[in-house]
Design a protein around this ligand. Structure first.
Ligand SMILES: [Zn+2]
Length: 364
């Protein structure tokens, strides 16, 4: 074996202990609706469930959530309470659409001790960046994970084509003797006065900014939904082109009880996907939600309280930055080597443990 080693250092910072959490007011589980429905034979004209983004924003069409194992609210991705988050638009989007994003996102401010400060497009550094476009999907980084996105990239995507009134355009195409299709719909949207679906637009903007505040999908609540997994895979493959990994992450994943923050399952949450009965084993179904539920308001108020400096749901957090160099020295006392990484570490007020993990890789 060669004496020299290649060092591949992977520093993993884990928080040691999870601590007991304040219980949120309990709500009753909903009565499960039993209504058998078959998977539709034809593709819906447009269907784009939200996904959350992390580091796969390599192209505007990437709509992938790679955030592992964190749901409901990712306590480790909360912004500091009382933060004013700067937000800019990525040099695209109509004035009309920008105003709607500003208007609806700010509904969260009524309940969360957070402000969204919309700044000019040419602001060099911002916390959040919104890209308004077509066919990008709707998606967002979760909370402060947005810090991992380069400033040249968006942290939220909105597919503005999904905000038009499909009912209107389908009816219009039928009236004109055209079989409803996306090509003609796009043509009509660009050449005629646009008819919007304001309810869909508002609900989606609320949902994505919920992610931006650190909330995850409510369907991941432990035990909430008895999915018919084979049908779910088939359905999302057919209509979204998602592979199993994406479906597992965005639809089927069940959260650790910890991330529920003591809440009960909330079928009215703005963070819940709609559910078709054919996707569940027991016929459970759920319509789309368009408003912040009482549970959404209670949880975001508890995560970002207005009446106290630090949330009772705060967890130990560390932020690593400015990783500069790694000194490696022979250590005869330990009969091995010692490694000295250099970086900045910022912690919050909660006690926790930090583990530094180094992986050594032989050059062979
Ligand atoms: Zn989502």
């Amino acid at each position: 074996m060669k004496k020299s080693l290649l060092f591949l250092i992977c520093c993993t910072f884990c928080i040691g202990s999870l601590f007991s959490q304040k219980k949120m007011p309990q709500k009753k589980m909903p009565q499960k609706q039993v209504a058998k429905k078959q998977m539709p034979q034809k593709q819906k004209l447009y269907s784009a469930p939200c996904t959350t983004l992390r580091d796969e924003l390599k192209s505007p069409t990437a709509a992938v959530d790679t955030t592992p194992g964190r749901n409901i609210a990712n306590n480790y991705a909360m912004w500091d309470n009382a933060t004013e988050l700067t937000v800019k638009f990525m040099n695209a989007g109509s004035q009309f659409m920008r105003e709607r994003v500003i208007q609806y996102s700010k509904e969260w401010e009524q309940y969360a001790n957070i402000k969204f400060k919309f700044v000019p497009d040419n602001t060099p550094v911002t916390n959040l960046r919104v890209l308004l476009g077509e066919s990008y999907g709707h998606n967002s980084y979760v909370g402060s994970d947005a810090n991992q996105a380069p400033q040249s990239k968006q942290t939220l995507n909105f597919d503005t084509l999904a905000f038009v009134s499909y009912d209107y355009y389908i009816a219009e195409m039928k009236k004109r003797g055209i079989k409803p299709n996306m090509v003609d719909l796009k043509k009509m949207v660009t050449t005629e006065a646009v008819v919007w679906n304001n309810r869909e637009m508002r609900g989606t903007i609320l949902h994505e900014f919920g992610h931006a505040l650190g909330l995850m999908h409510e369907q991941s609540y432990p035990g909430a939904i008895n999915w018919n997994t084979d049908t779910v895979y088939t359905y999302y493959k057919k209509y979204q082109g998602w592979d199993k990994r994406k479906v597992d992450h965005n639809v089927l994943k069940v959260a650790n009880q910890f991330y529920t923050n003591g809440t009960s399952y909330d079928p009215k949450s703005i963070m819940h996907y709609s559910v078709d009965a054919f996707l569940t084993k027991d016929g459970y179904s759920l319509p789309a939600n368009y408003d912040l539920s009482a549970g959404d308001k209670a949880l975001i108020s508890a995560l970002y309280p207005k009446d106290r400096t630090i949330s009772a749901l705060e967890v130990p957090k560390v932020t690593i930055s400015n990783f500069q160099k790694l000194d490696v020295e022979n250590n005869s006392t330990r009969q091995g080597i010692s490694m000295y990484p250099t970086f900045d570490l910022k912690t919050n007020s909660k006690l926790g443990e930090v583990y530094v993990v180094a992986m050594l890789v032989d050059e062979n």
